[in-house]
Every structure is written in structure tokens, then in C-alpha cells.
Design a binder for this molecule. Sequence first.
Ligand code: ACO
Length: 275
Amino acid sequence: QKIERAEEDTVAYTVEDGIAWVKFNRPEKRNCMSPKLNRQMGRVIADLEFREDVKVLVLTGEGDAWSAGMDLKEYFRETEAEGLWSIRKAQREAYSWWERLRWYEKPTIAMINGWCFGGGYGPLFACDIAVASEDAQFGLSEINWGILPGGGASKVAADLMPLRKAMYHAMMGENLTGKQAEEQGLVTEAVPADQLHARVLEIAQALCKKDGHALRATKWAVRRMTEMTYDNAEDYLIRAQEALHNFGGVEARKEATRQFLDEKSFKPGLGTFDT
Ligand code: ACO
């Protein structure tokens, strides 16, 4: 049965207790990314980013896929038929929401419930933490249909995986299970399918309890570190910590220090202070 979805129906989301659960919502097309979906996802994550009731964003997929990559029909064939500007427009619509997610103000978790292919590696990399179902399937399938892993996918593999593994993954077009993806660095961890939601909820709830400004500074710092020399990193981190002071960082740290040293009510090595 063919389902035509309106642009706004290609993404579904709810906000509950500080957590925005955002879903690729084209299950009948294995959540592959069409220009419509990319435009809608751009709007949805932009709306959620500055909402006060959103502390953490989770990106997952409706049905049995996370995302089967770019839509071979709507993203490639149809735009190519229209010409270069249509191709460029579609690329911009996709890449811009991945970029926004890479530098999102709030912590983000990819909850990979099933298929994750090619272009899906863009949003996968963009999320700060990635938890996969053990039986999810990850593939750089580009080689299987005669293209290279573009749209950042080669970069994602080379940045996250050991080079030997990334090369084999890209050249062979064989899929990895969630468990293998964990072993090779593509995701943070893999859990049995029936525990996926509970584990992501647990991480999201823990993040909700931490200082939002410190989290944002931390996630941006870690991403920046990957392309800095040691000396530049050291300097960036001094500036970033000083910038944090403008967001109540001094008071927060004083209070946390007081709770540890004077009140002895918490230990930073074992949990978060009481904000
Ligand atoms: N682009 C366009 N349509 C797609 C895509 C896609 N990436 N993935 C799935 N679909 C469509 C199918 O054409 C099919 O449409 P139809 O119902 O109109 O015939 C529908 O989604 C369901 O797909 P099936 O193949 O029937 O689902 P199945 O569960 O058997 O297989 C699988 C799932 C393995 C994910 C398969 O759909 C597949 O190989 N998809 C392509 C994966 C891929 O290589 N993506 C591109 C990566 S490269 C890049 O992103 C640049």
C-alpha cells in the first residue's frame, strides 16, 4: 500500500518531561530522507532547540528503520532530472539540519532502532550520544549501487572508526550489527532491542539533571578538540570555561564546591550536585 505523506507528516515528535522524542516518520519508505523530510526536520529541530521545556533531544525512527539513508527517488533521481540547482537545494536542505544538530544547544541522543544507511550517518554523527539496538543494521551501501559515501558519510566513518575498519566498511558494503557498530566505534553502545527505549530514557533523564550550560560547553568542546592542536585546545578550553562564567558558572561551581567540601552532601566522583 502506497502512502503519500504531507511534508509536515514526515517527522513526528512529542515533548515529555524535558525530553523531545523526534522521529523520522516515513516507515513505509524505511524513513529514507526525501527533500520533504529534510525540510520538515529542519523546521522541527529549529522549533525545539530554544524551547524552555526541552532539555534533551532524542532522534529515532518510526517502524523498523532508523533511516535507510537518502531517498534514491526523491532526493537523487527527481532532483537530477530537474538539474543542478535542484540537486544543490536538496543537498543544502539535508546538510543544514545535520549541521544544526552537530552544534545543537541541547544534548542529543540517536536511538537507532533499525536500519541505518549511508546518508543516515550524517545525523548519526551529529548526535552527541548514539545508542543502538543490538540487531540494528549499519551500512555504507553506496558502493553497492555505484557511488561513494558522500554527504559526509566517508568523513563520519574515518572519524569514528579505526581506519582499517572504516576502509573495509566503505569498500565492501557489508552491514554491521549494532553490536559490531559499538565495537568499531560507530555508536556509543548497543543494547538488546527490548531495552533500547529504557536505556535511552535513563541517559536522557541523567542529562536533564545536569547543568545545561556546562553540558553545551562540554559537547562543543569535545567536538572542537578533534581538529585542534594541543596548544590550541588548551587555550580554547580556558576561554570556554571563562565564557561559562557568564552563564552562572561561577555560582554553580561555588555551590557545588560548598556541597562537597563543607556540607559533604555529594561527591562529584559519584554523581551530580543538587542545583
Ligand atoms: N530510497 C528510496 N526508497 C527507499 C529507500 C531509499 N533509500 N529505502 C527503502 N525505500 C523504499 C523501497 O523502495 C520500498 O518502496 P515501495 O514500497 O514503494 O516499493 C519501501 O521503501 C520499503 O522498502 P523495502 O526494500 O521493500 O523494505 P525491506 O524491509 O525489504 O528492506 C532495506 C529494507 C534493506 C532498508 C531496503 O529498503 C534498502 O536496501 N534500502 C536502501 C538502503 C540504501 O542503500 N540507502 C541508500 C544509502 S546511500 C545514501 O544514502 C547516499
